[in-house]
Design a protein around this ligand. Structure first.
Ligand SMILES: [Zn+2]
Ligand SMILES: [Zn+2]
Length: 364
């Protein structure tokens, strides 16, 4: 055997042995790695590694239908060190935790309306905010009229669980007074001006009515922190109020439904002999906004970045994003993205930068 061949064989043998050795101890290696990750996860704050500014994350980019890339509606806003969550669809609490936006850190919840897909994760968000933080004060939950009943219902449903946790860990660890949320209702009629909910030197939060009839009230929200602004549309047909609120905004998170793809679902229901579904799929587009309509609105408003969310129908493969968008990219000249869970847009204060990252990348 030639020397060169011998060397190659020796190197390959060592590599195989090392690989086999690592394979045999893979459990121990993974345990050591996960322990380090636990420490890192528990020690970090939501704004670790971020410049001071306004940061917006999609903790749920989907609508009511199941989508492997998108949980129920949830948008997180990090204004400096304060964390706010707008809507809490199913999966919200889990996505928030995985995005280093632990529900325990939430300073306020804002609800746009009371369609079930926007609130069906609220119980877990409230539970984890309380049990995870030990905060003796319940989290404020802002919403148009009706928030008292919705919040009261969730707190009622979690009353037994509250008892178990206090009995198990003790009131000193989990103060019963911090359970649930405090309803912060406001009136949001169509003819009313924008309503200022928080007005501080660095942070302003306003609510404005949108068009989601027969769902009323329904609102959107605008957050301005140190000169940077994000507007969140909530569920709505094209709305002049969203457009006005979004004038010159850095970022518009707008709901989007593709009428063409929804029509395919309606046709499928027809073919399958499901008349009720035919009717429902026919009703849906009227109170939502198509991607092209959102693009036109964003262009008129002079928005710099349009992040589509509440994506309907589900887009299980990326190849569907083109048909979903239609002509949107020619209608809107700014940055445009079909939102997915984990999308994170940073708007550092004192600059005009818009930086996109993926807060779920580590675990994908
Ligand atoms: Zn919805
Ligand atoms: Zn809705």
């Amino acid at each position: 055997m030639k020397t060169g061949t011998r060397i190659i064989l020796a190197v390959v043998s060592v590599a195989v042995l090392l690989g086999a050795g690592a394979w045999l101890v893979r459990g121990r290696l993974a345990t050591t790695a996960i322990e380090k990750l636990y420490v890192k996860a528990m020690a970090r704050a939501p704004d670790d590694g971020l410049a001071d500014g306004l940061h917006v994350g999609l903790c749920g980019a989907g609508g009511p239908l199941p989508d492997p890339k998108r949980m129920g509606p949830c948008t997180a806003v990090l204004a400096g060190k304060r964390l706010f969550v707008i809507d809490s669809g199913s999966g919200a609490a889990r996505n928030l935790a995985m995005m280093n936006l632990a529900p325990a850190r939430i300073d306020g919840v804002f609800l746009t309306h009371y369609h079930s897909d926007h609130i069906d994760g609220l119980g877990e968000v409230l539970l984890q905010r309380w049990a995870g933080s030990g905060n003796p004060v319940p989290v404020p939950v802002y919403g148009p009229e009706g928030v008292q009943a919705v919040l009261g219902g969730f707190m009622q449903a979690y009353t037994l669980d509250k008892g178990y946790r206090v009995a198990h860990h003790g009131a000193a660890t989990i103060p019963p007074s911090g359970f649930g949320g405090t309803a912060m209702p406001f009136t949001a009629g169509q003819d009313q001006p924008d309503l200022v909910l928080i007005n501080e030197p660095d942070l302003k939060v306003t609510a404005f009515p949108v068009h989601h009839d027969p769902v009323s009230p329904a609102v959107g929200y605008a957050f301005t922190y140190k000169g940077r602004t994000v507007v969140i549309s909530g569920d709505t047909a094209p709305s002049a109020r969203v457009e006005a609120a979004a004038k010159g905004a850095d970022l518009l998170v707008h709901e989007a439904l593709s009428p063409e793809l929804t029509a395919l679902q309606q046709r499928a229901a027809q073919t399958a002999g499901r008349p009720r579904l035919v009717k429902i799929f026919g009703d849906i587009p009227g109170y939502h906004t198509s991607p092209e309509q959102a693009a036109e609105l964003a262009q008129r408003a002079g928005v710099r970045y349009l992040l589509l969310s509440h994506i309907v129908p589900a887009l299980p493969v990326a190849a569907l994003e083109g048909p979903f968008l239609g002509r949107s990219r020619t209608l809107f000249k700014g940055g445009l993205r079909v939102g997915r869970d984990g999308d994170f847009i940073s708007l550092p204060s004192g600059s005009d930068k818009i930086i996109r990252s993926d807060r779920l990348k580590m675990i994908r």
